[in-house]
Design a protein around this ligand. Structure first.
Ligand code: FE2
Ligand code: FE2
Length: 322
């Protein structure tokens, strides 16, 4: 492969964790040429890493055609990467941004109507970028790493809720840019409190949980809001985390807020959270198809702000809901 070949992209060698395998080859630049260093599906060893560190290599290269494999690798190792303090903060933030962008892409492909996707995709990415300041804070990064390490599906769901929330808020009038960014962050962090619930409890079917375990699940919004106090978030972001299980008819938790007592972005996250959860495979329960999820929500429409539910249906209208 010749130097300057546009079909490669540079990455930091620090982002390869020892004893991991990727669906991509890693190249080095040597004397004006790109030379194969680690082959596709070959284990990236500690010795590989040490050699790069000893020679002061700051950038290695990956073929653009292996982009998907590389994105998948970063996603799958994201929690470990973010909590590895030997990697400079900047590189970790970059990994977070890249993995989040590729999850956003998955969500668009899987859940949203094609004709609207392109523009909305760049809108959502711009909002994700606007939260970079938050993720560049070491305490925030440490907590999000813990959240991701607790179960990657939790973070995938968080991004799913975020994409839907932003799409619904785009369809609402009078939402400021600041509120959009805070809502984007709130949706990403909404289940942060689940970090405190043991993974085996999170993996149980609700009907198999003891009273105590159910109590733990119900406490996650409060625990998440408590974590927010230690991070640089706005009141709106914190409200989203605290109130995302409230319902429009006042039957939700933790406070039983009624209707517009909850700010609009909270009502939006609350509905999007239910839709996203229903359309995912969860322990002991297969994902519902979009049409079935919306029908189930519609049968319990008193739980949701009618305007929000209407807009969520509009956003999903061109999706494959048959
Ligand atoms: Fe939740
Ligand atoms: Fe959730």
């Amino acid at each position: 492969m010749a130097e300057g070949d546009p079909k490669v992209f540079p990455v930091s060698p620090l982002l390869f964790l020892p004893e991991t395998v990727g669906e991509f080859a890693v190249y080095l630049r040597q004397g004006g040429r790109l030379v194969l260093y680690v082959n596709k599906q070959e284990t990236f060893t500690r010795a590989h890493r040490d050699r790069l560190m000893d020679s002061g290599v700051e950038r290695v290269f990956i073929a653009s055609q292996d982009r998907e494999g590389y994105d998948y690798y970063v996603q799958m190792n994201l929690g470990r990467l973010l909590s590895d303090e030997s990697i400079p903060l900047e590189e970790r933030v970059q990994a977070w941004r890249q993995a989040s962008a590729s999850i956003v892409k998955d969500v668009f492909q899987e859940k949203l109507p094609r004709p609207l996707s392109k523009k909305r995709f760049s809108d959502v990415l711009a909002l994700v970028d606007a939260t970079t300041d938050f993720f560049s804070n070491p305490e925030s990064l440490r907590r999000i790493a813990k959240f991701i390490n607790h179960g990657f599906s939790l973070y995938h769901h968080a991004i799913g809720v975020m994409v839907l929330t932003v799409s619904v808020l785009h369809a609402c009038e009078g939402v400021s840019r600041r509120e959009m960014v805070d809502s984007c962050l709130g949706a990403m962090l909404h289940d942060m409190g689940k970090t405190r619930i043991p993974a085996p409890v999170l993996g149980k079917k609700p009907e198999h949980m003891s009273e105590e375990e159910r109590g733990m699940i119900h406490s996650h919004p409060m625990m998440g809001a408590g974590m927010c106090l230690q991070m640089p978030v706005s009141k709106l972001t914190q409200d989203i985390v605290l109130f995302h299980h409230e319902r429009h008819d006042g039957s939700g938790y933790p406070s039983g807020l009624l209707g517009e007592e909850a700010p609009l972005p909270v009502r939006v996250v609350s509905a999007c959270n239910v839709y996203d959860s229903m359309t995912r495979n969860l322990p002991g329960r297969a994902a519902k198809r979009p049409y079935d999820a919306l029908s189930t929500m519609n049968a319990r429409r008193e739980y949701y702000d009618p305007q929000v539910l209407r807009r969520l249906i509009m956003v999903l209208a061109n999706a494959e809901i048959a």
